[in-house]
Design a protein around this ligand. Structure first.
Ligand code: HAS
Length: 564
């Protein structure tokens, strides 16, 4: 017979277990606020995307009060910057709370301050775009000049993310103190690596915006050093893509193995991959500037080599994913070379959507390697091939993983259930996305190889024969883009359902365990000081001389241009 003491003990243990398995309600609210902003951005950014492909196909003309570059700025800013930053802030808050424990009141308040600072910044930047004072696209290259409020708004979004990310790091540090000598929870560790990466890379864009662009757009200085501004942007810009990617990798490494009933293949491999991203993501930005005349070829070469190094942690991830799937498939009785493949849970959207993302990342990553190869970059740079590349990487591998995650995370956070029907709708959205993106991105890649430029509205270029070759591909892009828009409508409907109407219940936040018998993770992989020093050393090596060269040799700067 169980005694009262045992019953009390077992109730306490199960409530502690529950606390760890469920994100605390107050933390959940903070995570949800961020995720909802992200999905408003998906809908509005999706509408802008649909308008763009229709205009580029020649089928539609925009009304007089809208211009193509304004719509393209809305699309790029909302999907490239807002969806990503806000989803990451929300997902990472939930991830830390789930694996390191509930935030203290102070940490949570810091988190809310971060959310509101970022949201105010977003509203300010959006107001400038909507009033046509900032049609400068998401990379806001000088000498295109936006209203100062646009730059300040974006700066606030970044500052907001710094603040909320600091709250996450504080909770992790608290866990480390409470669990001295223990290897930290993999998901929390990954969040902290991503946040450090973000702090270091955003310094570049912060300097660009605050020191160069804001004084210039306020007419405090007349001219801007264009090459320096672009170099500072790309110091940030390529690490930015890994800031987007790493949360998807968190889901692939930690959530997916649990969803398929397997185990994490190797915690050490996962931690090493993340530390490699930390040291290699920033000093590669010059691969976006191979075609810029003002940068010495030697430094372009050095950063090209570093770019090939930063491919390695993705190859490690591909290896770990294949291993996880195969081990689980064989455990379930899969025979032969590919028998394990059939055993995976194809009807589970928590698995299917990220899996489609992984498949898309194979050609997406291969395209990245093409871009990174100097001679091939000469062929594709500034063509719509590059747009095709990032629609496979950020807009499929990453976005589908975010969507597949949101469909279980939102009900987990608000005490509802991902129902069978909602799960089927999620799968439909994923399949529509795959079809739409294959058509749109495929057409972009081919048109790019035929020389079609990116970032251009519909034009026949005065009846040029070469431009005529591109039109059929632009029509294909409109077909693919329309299918993607239907997927966005399904996704929006699902998010509204899961946020407000799905039945109450308990939805799991899946976290896999490490495979039994796996070796203990070496402590060096958690030594942030060591990896931080290596990171700073590589950045100083890769950027000091090119930046000194640019500052010393730049021609007189440029005045601002407003071409809209
Ligand atoms: Fe990139 C341009 C090089 C990855 C995003 N990239 C861009 C731009 C964006 C972007 C937004 O070197 C345009 C910026 C602009 O507006 O100008 N990119 C790379 C390289 C990689 C890469 C080398 N890019 C990304 C990721 C992005 C992203 C990730 C977003 C999230 N990119 C470039 C370069 C340019 C560029 C140049 C400049 C081009 C120019 O001239 O302007 C690498 O990190 C890619 C490595 C990835 C792999 C794939 C690994 C595969 C995995 C999946 C495994 C699948 C499984 C499924 C397990 C090697 C992990 C099982 C499947 C079965 C079939 C069973």
């Amino acid at each position: 017979m169980t005694t009262t003491k045992e019953t009390v003990q077992s109730t306490a243990t199960s409530s502690l277990k529950k606390q760890l398995e469920f994100v605390d309600r107050k933390d959940a609210k903070l995570a949800l606020a961020n995720i909802y902003v992200a999905f408003i951005a998906v809908l509005l950014g999706g509408i802008a995307g649909l308008l763009q492909v229709l205009v580029r196909s020649g089928a539609v003309e925009l009304p007089g009060f809208l211009n193509y570059y304004q719509v393209l700025t809305v699309h790029g800013v909302l999907l490239g910057l807002v969806l990503t930053t806000f989803f990451i802030m929300g997902f990472q808050t939930a991830a830390i709370s789930r694996t390191s424990g509930t935030f203290t009141n102070k940490q949570r308040t810091i988190g809310w301050i971060g959310f509101w600072v970022a949201t105010i910044g977003l509203v300010a930047a959006a107001a400038m775009i909507l009033t046509n004072q900032a049609s400068v696209l998401y990379t806001f290259y000088a000498p295109l000049q936006a209203h100062a409020v646009f730059y300040l708004g974006l700066a606030l979004v970044v500052v907001g993310s710094w603040i909320i990310n600091a709250a996450q790091i504080m909770r992790y540090v608290q866990w480390k103190k409470e669990n001295k000598g223990q290897s930290s929870p993999l998901l929390s560790f990954m969040v902290v690596v991503n946040n450090f990466l973000w702090y270091v890379c955003t310094l570049g864009v912060a300097i660009e915006v605050l020191v160069q662009l804001v004084p210039w757009s306020l007419n405090l200085v007349e001219r801007v050093d264009v090459l320096l501004s672009r170099t500072l942007f790309w110091y940030f810009g390529h690490a930015l893509v890994y800031f987007w990617l790493l949360p998807a990798y968190m889901v692939w490494y930690v959530v997916i193995p649990k969803v398929i009933g397997g185990k994490i293949f190797s915690e050490s491999l996962a931690k090493l991959a993340f530390m490699l991203f930390l040291i290699l993501s920033v000093p590669v930005g010059l691969h976006h500037q191979y075609m810029e005349p003002g940068i010495d070829a030697l430094w372009k070469f050095i950063q090209a080599v570093l770019t090939f190094f930063v491919v390695i942690p993705s190859l490690m991830t591909a290896f770990a994913m294949f291993a996880t799937f195969e081990l689980r498939g064989r455990e379930l009785g899969g025979k032969g070379i590919f028998g394990w493949f059939k055993k995976l849970p194809w009807s589970d959207s928590r698995f299917l959507l990220p899996f489609i993302g992984m498949v898309a990342f194979i050609p997406g990553g291969a395209g990245g390697i093409v871009n990174a190869s100097y001679q091939m970059n000469e062929l594709v740079h500034n063509t719509i091939w590059v747009t095709g590349h990032f629609h496979l990487t950020i807009a499929t591998a990453v976005a589908l993983t975010y969507f597949g995650t949101a469909f279980w995370l939102i009900p987990h956070l608000n005490g509802r259930k991902l129902t069978k029907r909602a799960n089927s709708m999620a799968n439909c959205a994923g399949i529509l996305w795959a079809i739409g993106m294959a058509i749109m991105s495929g057409a972009m890649h081919v048109a790019g190889l035929l020389g079609a430029p990116r970032r251009s509205a519909y034009s026949e270029y005065g009846g040029s024969e070469q431009a005529a070759e591109w039109i059929s591909y632009q029509i294909a892009q409109a077909v693919g883009g329309s299918i993607l828009f239907i997927a966005i409508l399904v996704i929006t409907g699902l998010i509204i359902y899961l946020a407000f109407f799905a039945p109450k219940g308990e939805q799991e936040f899946p976290i896999a365990e490490v495979a039994p018998g796996a070796a203990k993770t070496p402590a060096v992989l958690e030594n942030f000081k060591l990896w931080g020093i290596i990171m700073i050393a590589v950045i100083i090596f890769a950027y000091t001389i090119p930046i000194i060269d640019i500052i010393n040799n730049s021609p007189v700067g440029s005045k601002g241009f407003k071409l809209w």
